[in-house]
Design a binder for this molecule. Structure first.
Ligand SMILES: C[S@@+](CC[C@H](N)C(=O)[O-])C[C@H]1O[C@@H](n2cnc3c(N)ncnc32)[C@H](O)[C@@H]1O
Length: 243
């Protein structure tokens, strides 16, 4: 199954997870997303042309709709977009568009602000569509994110912050601000961990080989009362250079 099919087929499951757990998730997220949303709030207010990349269900547009600026939100999964459109139908300032990361369908130097949260990169494309001197806000999982699961299943870690910084600079950005932080998530039962792994792309083939992974996780919970997972996040504010 291709990545596109994975996102399309898991869209409804993801929506259900968020519907069922929204009240818990929002409190958890407000804590660790605060700096991201404060930064987004500030820059949206001074920007006129805004694009949010790889929107998923609705979380970024639904959290910042109140600023009431026109904004484009994109994703390549029609199923994700259908759910996002339905959830944001009262916010007429947000337009959803289906497109792929590799060629964003806009000309050069058009946007004041590009926002991307927990989604794939194409820094050259992002740099191309931004007006020189204007801003890219990126919030992402980082090097040690979910490291316990990566080690347990022998999976490669995320790229390092230094590798990402080099790519940003190569794509014609100056880094204005960065903030890196970690916290621990505690899982007290296997069901909650499995539900999270079904919707978060931490183990990419989890949905294909679920039984194999569950066997190992069951042993983990047999030997331990709870499982602590490191989350490692990184927030960047980068400005496109003028030349
Ligand atoms: C983890 S989710 C993004 C989360 C979302 N930005 C948020 O903050 O809630 C990743 C999203 O990227 C989209 N995506 C993955 N690969 C893509 C690609 N090549 N082009 C466009 N969208 C892509 C998926 O459909 C999915 O909705």
């Amino acid at each position: 199954m291709q990545e596109h099919d994975f996102y399309n087929t898991s869209a409804k499951k993801r929506k259900k997870f968020y519907d069922d757990n929204w009240h818990k998730i929002i409190i958890h997220w407000v804590k660790w997303n605060q700096s991201f949303y404060k930064m987004v709030d500030l820059f949206i207010r001074i920007s006129d042309s805004i694009i949010e990349l790889w929107t998923w269900l609705w979380i970024v547009p639904k959290t910042i709709w109140y600023i009431w600026k026109d904004m484009i939100s994109m994703d390549f999964s029609e199923e994700m977009l259908n759910i996002a459109k339905e959830n944001c139908k009262e916010y007429k300032n947000i337009t959803f568009k289906k497109w792929n990361i590799n060629n964003i369908p806009y000309g050069d130097n058009l946007f004041d602000l590009v926002i991307k949260r927990l989604a794939p990169d194409n820094l050259k494309e992002i740099s191309r569509i931004l007006i020189p001197n204007w801003i890219f806000i990126n919030f992402t999982n980082w090097e040690y994110d979910a490291i316990e699961l990566k080690k347990l299943f022998n999976l490669p870690p995320h790229e390092s912050i230094n590798e990402f910084r080099t790519k940003l600079i190569d794509s014609n950005f100056d880094i204005l601000y960065e903030w890196e932080f970690t916290f621990l998530e505690e899982y007290k039962d296997i069901d909650t961990l499995v539900k999270m792994l079904e919707i978060a792309p931490i183990i990419e083939d989890f949905y294909l080989n679920k039984e194999k992974y569950i066997l190992v996780l069951e042993k983990l919970f047999k030997d331990n009362k709870s499982f602590f997972l490191t989350r490692h996040k990184y927030l960047t504010n980068a400005r496109k250079k003028t030349i």
